[in-house]
Design a binder for this molecule. Structure first.
Ligand SMILES: [Fe+2]
Ligand SMILES: [Fe+2]
Length: 233
């Protein structure tokens, strides 16, 4: 592997590009450099990169039983996995979408709209997650952990949940538009590696968002409504 060029490695699996992206190694326009040489230039240990590349092939999907955990545990998973994913991945995605928009926007004008839609989603999501973490989630945690000390912040928990669910719907609409615009995130024949990786990551981002919204809409929110009702009675 170490004698192959970055471009040859990425051609084997586009997901490898993520490792190079994170380590600021050019896998796109200047990808014609052997891995060994590229890491040396960056002063990175080649074994670290080989280890990260190896992890791509062996990522197991852990299915947790979200239904049976406490609301506090579920909130911790939502924050540490799904909110953290959005915060970690968004800067790279914005960077890549901006780059392909300026390089390929002439032949593919849909990239201009795509960048606008993702930027809008990014702004909405950061406000949305802030509200969840600082208002609703902290309230639910106190309801579960120390109900007697909770001061009533809303008439009912259903009001903030109603707003958050509307925002989820809006996010779903934005990604629906992005999917239509990109023909289900299918890169065109003339796409470079950054283009391919950006579409791949966008698809993954949408899948993570759907799972995230499912956990909130279908498990966390209804269970919180039930808990609040039970405590008020
Ligand atoms: Fe969330
Ligand atoms: Fe949410």
């Amino acid at each position: 592997m170490k004698h192959l060029t970055i471009g040859e490695i990425v051609a084997k699996n586009i997901l490898y590009a993520d490792v190079f992206q994170k380590n600021k190694i050019d896998f796109c326009c200047k990808g014609n450099v052997p891995l060994e040489e590229a890491v040396q230039k960056k002063g990175i240990d080649i074994n670290t990169i080989l280890h990260e590349l190896g992890k791509i092939d062996s990522q197991p999907e852990h299915e947790l039983n979200y239904e049976s955990m406490s609301l506090t545990e579920l909130i911790n998973i939502i924050e540490h996995t799904f909110h953290a994913y959005i915060r970690n991945e968004t800067p790279d995605l914005l960077f890549m979408l901006k780059k392909i928009k300026s390089v390929h926007g002439g032949n593919h004008p849909e990239l201009i709209k795509l960048f606008e839609l993702f930027s809008e989603s990014n702004e909405d999501l950061s406000h949305h997650m802030y509200k969840e973490e600082h208002v609703l989630f902290s309230y639910i945690k106190s309801l579960e952990e120390a109900p007697k000390t909770v001061s009533q912040q809303f008439d009912s928990i259903t009001s903030p949940i109603h707003v958050l669910k509307q925002e989820h719907e809006h996010e779903g609409d934005l990604f629906e538009k992005m999917r239509l615009l990109t023909n289900d995130y299918t890169p065109p024949m003339d796409a470079c590696n950054t283009y391919k990786l950006a579409f791949h990551k966008l698809k993954e981002f949408e899948e993570m968002l759907h799972k995230h919204i499912h956990l909130e809409n279908n498990i966390l929110f209804p269970k919180s409504v039930t808990l609040e009702k039970h405590l008020i009675q």
